[in-house]
Ligand binder design. Structure first.
Ligand SMILES: [Zn+2]
Length: 364
């Protein structure tokens, strides 16, 4: 067992347990010796590898075992051709591990076809390591730090991270809330809008700093109390934009809790109740009426974005929102541990090939 007082830091999370959940196969392969990891402030320290470190698990060390594990996860309902989707109509290719010949479309496929891993040359065990590190780091992990930990170039790591964020995106989801349930809605502002999207000033020569929400990117988040969060990059928090998001994503029987911002006034009438706390009057909770759950979500998101990711291109903001939302929706308080969170992330790698291609266009 590792002495947590010596090592400290976010990374130590890996060292404690996850061995009991049974989601990963029993560890047969234990690394010898020490491993240098980077602490949050950049200074290195030595951490003795523990037998209970989940990253010692064979699926993180051996590409064949990683492949077998991923096949059992994604093909739990039968081996499906990644090209035509035909189930259980393929046979393994002799001498080419992990390759199957589809009897329907005659194409050869692997478990990576049709996933965000498709056409990647990174060994599958490294993919699983990256997924585990992302899943287990509450505020995320920078591509630079991940690159050093995985021993893969920064450029490759950057693309791996973005593909894993695609895996963390949720598909078509039913509305949040319902009868007797509370959904909080709130917006926050993060990072500057690109110059061409900023509003035109009445006096463009005035050299004032660009402060205030009109120059920033707006993020609208909905949180079902005790349940799931959903975030949207809205560009600007206009009344109609916010109203559309709230209306389409919250069940009408719900009690809606917001602050007194005018953007919720009209859309609030669609719900069983709309109650608002007046932040301007320093009112943050009145009975069970509050937006504090969302404030907590925004706080983790902003600390991660400022402390870990630092630069975030506007085009990628929706992916970071997916990442923080995924971890929140698979949080420890809901009984999800690191290995189960990793498994849930990897279940999301299928069926996102189109999005993958869009990222890939910029890879050249
Ligand atoms: Zn096929």
């Amino acid at each position: 067992m590792i002495d947590r007082s010596i090592a400290g830091g976010e990374i130590m999370r890996y060292a404690d347990a996850n061995t009991t959940s049974g989601l990963f196969p029993i560890d047969e392969h234990v690394l010898e010796g020490d491993c240098i990891l980077d602490s949050e402030n950049g200074a290195g320290y030595t951490m003795p590898m523990s037998k209970t470190n989940p990253l010692n698990n064979a699926i993180f060390q051996d590409a064949s075992k990683a492949r077998a594990w991923l096949e059992s996860l994604l093909w739990a309902g039968g081996r499906a051709c990644g090209y035509c989707g035909t189930l259980e109509a393929s046979s393994p290719l002799k001498g080419r591990e992990g390759y199957y010949q589809c009897k329907a479309c005659r194409k050869q496929f692997t478990v990576m076809v049709g996933t965000v891993f498709e056409r990647s040359h990174i060994p599958l065990n490294k993919w699983l390591q990256a997924a585990f590190i992302m899943a287990a780091s509450k505020k995320g992990m920078s591509a630079h730090q991940m690159s050093r930990m995985l021993g893969i170039t920064y450029k490759s790591t950057w693309f791996m991270c973005h593909r894993l964020r695609e895996a963390m995106k949720a598909g078509n989801l039913p509305p949040l809330g319902g009868e007797g349930m509370v959904v909080e809605a709130d917006e926050t502002y993060f990072g500057e809008l690109p110059a061409h999207k900023q509003p035109i000033r009445s006096n463009p020569k005035a050299n004032r700093p660009k402060h205030g929400p009109t120059f920033k990117r707006a993020i609208v988040t909905l949180v079902e109390r005790g349940g799931q969060a959903r975030s949207f990059y809205a560009e600007t928090a206009k009344v109609e934009t916010v109203a559309k998001i709230v209306s389409e994503n919250v069940a009408k029987e719900t009690r809606l809790h917001t602050d007194t911002s005018s953007v919720y006034k009209n859309v609030g009438k669609e719900f069983a109740a709309h109650e608002a706390v007046n932040h301007g009057q320093k009112e943050y909770a009145r009975g069970d009426v509050t937006t504090n759950t969302i404030e907590g979500f925004f706080s983790i998101f902003k600390r991660g974005m400022k402390g870990v990711y630092q630069h975030c291109d506007e085009r990628h903001l929706h992916r970071y929102l997916a990442e923080f939302g995924f971890r929140y929706n698979n949080r420890t308080a809901l009984g999800v541990d690191d290995s189960e969170r990793t498994t849930n992330m990897l279940k999301g790698i299928s069926g996102k090939r189109l999005t993958y291609r869009r990222i890939n266009e910029r890879e050249a």
